[in-house]
Each structure stands twice: as structure tokens, then as C-alpha cells.
Design a protein around this ligand. Sequence first.
Ligand SMILES: Nc1ncnc2c1ncn2[C@@H]1O[C@H](COP(=O)(O)OP(=O)(O)O)[C@@H](O)[C@H]1O
Ligand SMILES: [Mg+2]
Length: 237
Amino acid sequence: MAETFAIEGGGLTRRYGGFTALDAVDLAVPDGEIRGLIGPNGAGKSTLIDVLSGRADDWQGSVRLRGADISRLSAQQRRRSGLARSFQRTNVFPELAVREQLEVASWRAETPNVDEVLHEMGLAAIAHMRAADVSYGDRRRLDLALALIGRPTVLLLDEPAAGLSMKESMALAELLRDLASRWKVTVLLVEHDMDVVFSICHRITVLHLGRVLAEGTPAEIRSIPEVVTAYLGSAVE
Ligand SMILES: Nc1ncnc2c1ncn2[C@@H]1O[C@H](COP(=O)(O)OP(=O)(O)O)[C@@H](O)[C@H]1O
Ligand SMILES: [Mg+2]
């Protein structure tokens, strides 16, 4: 019997006019895995997350969530089916309190777990503060918290640690790893910091120019010269 994956994309293609940002990408992440998605700037990582989460309007291919074909579902319907995402740019309303943001996100959730998420993400003490007034690190944790409302089964995270210090990035990554294992969430993680990726991901997919260049364990990925080359190209962004 064919294995059922938590999330599976087949032949995913996304064009912008004549430019192919995503070129027939296949990706299958088993249940419970933290999968890293890396590649130089412009490789198509955010585009892949947009396509998987239902935020691309012109694309080809298929998306399956735990075996069910969700290709025709809207972003909201995918979210209700258990597929959540965060955005590369912070996505909060600055005027609302931290708790209010999470409450807004939980309106349509079957499991409105606001208190649980506040506690898990270490935001309970600042729940009353306006998002505009919390530290940048807390705001990034709020972004992640918003994606955790409703206890998703699959999380697509687009650079959740962007702008954090190395130490803060690692702390956020460890929080994520711990939560993913306790809640049994499958994670697709786009992350710039290779220390984070290599320390928390079970496997890594490398995208380059819209195609999968390699996929393997952290040790396998580290030993591929093309990957190192692709990365040297993006070291100065
Ligand atoms: N709205 C858009 N219109 C035209 N080109 C786009 C658009 N969004 C992304 N692209 C292009 O698609 C490619 C992949 O972008 P993106 O998925 O954002 O890459 P990454 O997240 O890996 O940095 C890039 O070359 C980018 O310039
Ligand atoms: Mg991106």
C-alpha cells in the first residue's frame, strides 16, 4: 500500500508570466516530521508555501493533506482541514492586544485554544499588551502562535525566526521542535539560519531555481557540493 503523507505536493508549478518560479516540484512529508526547506533567495520557497496553503491563484499540480486531495480548496478551507501557515512578513494587527489577535484567529477554529497557545508560546504574561508595544521577539512568537490556533496537523512556516538573533532563533526553534513533537504536528520550515535547520530538521529539501536540487538527512545534505555552491551564492543577501 502506498504511504500516506501528512502533506504531499505533486508536479507543483507556478508561473509569473513567462517566468517559472516553481517547476514541477514533488514534495512529500511524512507524519510527525520536521522538514527543512532551504535554497537561495528567489529559489521558490515562499511560492511553494503559497501553493501548498492555497494562496496562489494560478498554479498546476496537486496537494494532498493526509491523503485527501485538497487542491481545489481555498486557503480558509485548507486551514479548517488542519493546514496552517505563517508568513515571511509579520502578519499581526498592531492595535489589537496579543490575546485579541489570537481570539480573532480562533473565531472560525473548531478548537479555539487561545489560552493553551498563549501558555505554550510563553505569551501569557503579555496577553494584554498591544502587539505594537511588544518586543520584536515576542511578535515573532505571536506570528507562530497565530498559526497554532486550532491545533493544526501541518504547519508551513516561512522564516519564523527572520530578524531574530542567533540565540533567539535557536530558542524559537527548540520551542517549535518540542511543540511539534507533543502536538504531533508535521512542519515544513523555511529557514535561513543553517544552524537552526540542521539542528531541528529530520530531513531537508533544497530548492534551487524552482526545482528540487536535493533531499536528505542533514548529514546527507551537508555532503552535497552543489548545495554548498548554491549557498555560497546566497551568502551575501
Ligand atoms: N508576484 C510575483 N510576480 C513575479 N515574480 C514573482 C512574484 N513572486 C515571486 N516572484 C519570483 O519568483 C521567484 C521565487 O520567489 P520566492 O518564492 O519568493 O523565493 P524565495 O522565497 O525562495 O526567496 C523569484 O524569482 C521571485 O522574483
Ligand atoms: Mg521567501
